[in-house]
Write a protein that binds this ligand. Structure first.
Ligand code: SF4
Ligand code: SF4
Length: 207
């Protein structure tokens, strides 16, 4: 196939390359205009002509949307105990494998189980919120707290007590769900499954 004839336009090299003094002048004027712009903004914000978007944290805390997923907390029942029933759905759904639960028998047969130990290794957490989504009884949520500081390893493993009763929670957060709510029995719509598979779903929850 014949190659179509194209017109090549020759352009002059950029002037900055043509002469070291012109190039140098270009650099100096560009840096100077940038510094002048920075200085002008600094002075305007210093004498309050222009509003700054910079926050002086921690004196000026930032606010995020209500949907922000920050530090976890465990909700409480009316008697002050954690709402969690140690069903392991959150731990099973956690993609970072950072929730560790040790279940114990609750003396109240209605509740059956409770977490003797509930820990989150927050350094592994990716704040995806899957634990919150998976929990059928609103026992774990991700709150608005975003400041997380610590100087040693122990500070980064949030214990049950810390998750439920740290001072930022002002005495603890009560669950919005009715205390008599049970973990729902899941009805699997795909009836092609065998009965024993459905029982397994009901026992372990949908993943
Ligand atoms: S937010 Fe995600 S990664 Fe963090 S504990 Fe929950 S499920 Fe795991
Ligand atoms: S899913 Fe909810 S009730 Fe189940 S172990 Fe996790 S926090 Fe507790």
């Amino acid at each position: 196939m014949a190659i179509s004839k194209v017109t090549v336009i020759k352009v002059a090299p950029p002037p900055l390359d043509a002469n070291i003094f012109i190039a140098g002048w270009g650099y100096i004027t560009t840096i100077a205009s940038g510094m002048w712009m920075t200085l002008a903004i600094f002075i305007k914000q210093l004498i309050k002509i222009e509003k700054t978007n910079t926050l002086e944290w921690p004196e000026q805390p930032s606010t995020y949307s209500d949907r922000f997923k920050g530090k976890h907390f465990l909700t409480l029942r009316d008697d002050g105990e954690v709402r969690c029933t140690a069903c392991f759905l959150c731990a099973t759904n956690c993609p970072a494998d950072c929730i560790h639960i040790e279940a114990g028998n609750h003396p109240d047969n209605e509740l059956e189980k409770y977490p003797v130990r509930f820990e989150i290794d927050i350094l592994r957490c990716v704040f995806c919120g899957y634990c919150e989504e998976a929990c059928p009884v609103d026992a774990i949520r991700l709150g608005p707290e975003y400041a997380m500081v610590g100087t040693n390893g122990g500070k980064w493993v949030y214990t049950k007590e810390y998750l439920a009763e740290r001072k930022e929670l002002s005495g603890g957060i009560t669950s919005v769900k009715d205390e008599t709510d049970k973990h729902p029995i899941v009805v699997v719509p795909a009836l092609s499954r065998k009965t024993k598979d459905i029982k397994s779903y009901v026992r372990h929850g949908i993943h």
